[in-house]
Design a protein around this ligand. Sequence first.
Ligand code: ZN
Length: 314
Amino acid sequence: MNSASTDVLISEVGPRDGLQSIKSIMPTAQKNAWIDALYRAGIREIEVASFVPAKLLPQMADAAQVVEHAKTLPGLTVMALVPNLKGAQAAIAAGVHKITLPVSASAAHSLANVRKTREEMIEEVQKIAAYRNEHAPHVKLEAGIATAFGCTLQGLVSEDDVIWLAEQVIAAGADESGLSDTTGYANPAQIKRLFKRLKAAIGSKAGAAHLHNTRGLGLANCLAAYEEGVTSFDSSMGGLGGCPYAPGASGNVVTEDLVFMFEAMGIKTGVNLDLLFEARQPLQAGVPNEAIYGMVPEAGTPKGFVPASQGAYL
Ligand code: ZN
């Protein structure tokens, strides 16, 4: 398996997005075992942690240790979420390959999530890009537009604001900007409209689709994004996750179901579904009191199912 043989990139965000939004704290050794299992299944980009103060998110207190372990896996892009320059400095010191910074299109969510206005976040992107350029030019910087499709706090989010913000973060020095349905509000028509506009505005710097399944439209939205040319998708094993500051928002798109959809359609993910299902074991063992979702792991693959990536693993 190598990235050249895949059509889409599945970026697993469970160890960050998933684990930070549940009450249980997964022990470091078990996080590492889960990451190893995801890697064995063919996942080649993992958001392994977020660099935030441990008093705010004790689930992420071992971020640097998890990064250190994940970096031993050859060919894996090790990503971390950072809320600000301080977090970016810590992530770079820990040796991440890629930093992702959420910038909220909703003014209300921005204040709740990172206690900064949108304009202040654009300045933060500038500072992080300047720091990165000087100290770690090989590290990629993504600024994802959070609450791009609606917000639990303020409701509607203007599409013009979303595109304006994406243009601003790219101008501020981010390498790419994707769109996040932080609250699970999006529908496929909206996804198509906004990703089309995003591509028109920032071209090849248009980044990943980070979509949630809160209202059951996660896979439909991923497919809509794919049809608009998106090739990088964030998802979470077992549908773990959501956003602790977006009340009522839960459930990232389930990685297992997303991989099945693409593979069944003939679109190569490079991920082996059987090994992916096996990776649910270390996840469940690490957080025994949490519900792990997924339709395909429950039902199994259809009789005679031939995945698009078959043969690519050998
Ligand atoms: Zn999410």
